[in-house]
Design a protein. Structure first.
Length: 262
């Protein structure tokens, strides 16, 4: 086994990752160890592995172990996982706004089965391509991927992609017109939840993670197409099943309206 293969496998092992963390903290050997690993496995290296535990156990993901190990361990945002799965049943419909690499979309696809539907919206084109790859590898044809932002109106929006030295999970719409885009800034098409729901099955559950744009996303869902919707918000309380549930990854004001987290 060559060094590259060993490091790729080791990067997916919690025990070996802990050993490496301790090694890096040692004088003399810590610095050289980090340099060797960065040379052999440069930032952006991804490996195919199966989710270890939880409802997603066995799902195949191509993940960067530096930033996405929680996905592979099956523990990423466990409260959100529980809320989604509490409200979804076979034949249900899931809208995933800010789908990142599709982890929640894949979980939802398992829950709703072949008779259900999952719509994954992701503005970052690289992330959207990764979702398609995961959908194909896991043979979950009920997932449809839309490389779009979701906003309060249909338009083109400016979108700042997250740093390449990350999981690229914190890209966001740039709302201030006088804010210059950085090197990773792009323009993308935006739709609304209302626009999509008019021509498709209404959602059972909507998950929104828009990095500060949650209020704008829900403003575009105001036409009464979601009977009985409950905004679960975050943190997730216990709640009975209802016809439609919105799960937003943002705190709420006292009035219950989603508000920007960042």
């Amino acid at each position: 086994m060559n060094l590259t293969v060993f490091l790729v496998r080791a990067s997916c092992s919690p025990r070996l990752r802990s050993f490496y963390g301790n090694l890096c903290g040692l004088p003399v050997v810590g610095g050289p160890s980090r340099r060797v690993v960065r040379h052999v496995l440069p930032p952006g290296t991804r490996v195919w592995a199966r989710v270890a535990v939880g409802f997603g156990k066995g799902l195949r993901l191509c993940a960067d172990p530096r930033y996405e190990q929680d996905y592979l361990n099956g523990v990423h945002e466990s409260l959100i996982q529980e809320a989604i799965l509490r409200h979804l049943q076979r034949g249900g419909v899931f809208y995933d706004v800010g789908a990142h690499i599709g982890f929640f979309s894949l979980l939802a696809a398992r829950a709703v089965g072949e008779e259900g539907e999952v719509a994954a919206f992701e503005a970052d084109p690289e992330n959207a391509a990764r979702i398609r790859e995961h959908v194909d590898r896991n043979a979950l044809a009920q997932v449809r991927v839309f490389p779009l932002a979701v906003w309060s109106k249909r338009c083109r929006v400016r979108f700042e992609r997250a740093s390449e030295f990350s999981s690229r999970n914190q890209g966001a719409v740039v709302q201030a017109s006088d804010t210059a885009l950085g090197a990773d800034g792009i323009e993308v098409e935006a739709t609304t939840l209302d626009s999509y729901a008019r021509d498709h099955r209404p959602p059972t559950v909507i998950k929104v993670d828009a990095e500060g744009g949650e209020a704008e996303v829900l403003e575009g869902a105001a036409e009464g197409l979601y009977p009985g919707m409950v905004d679960v918000g975050a943190p997730i309380p216990a709640a009975p099943a209802c016809p439609s549930t919105a799960i937003t990854d943002a705190p709420r004001t006292q009035e219950g309206r989603s508000q920007a987290r960042r």
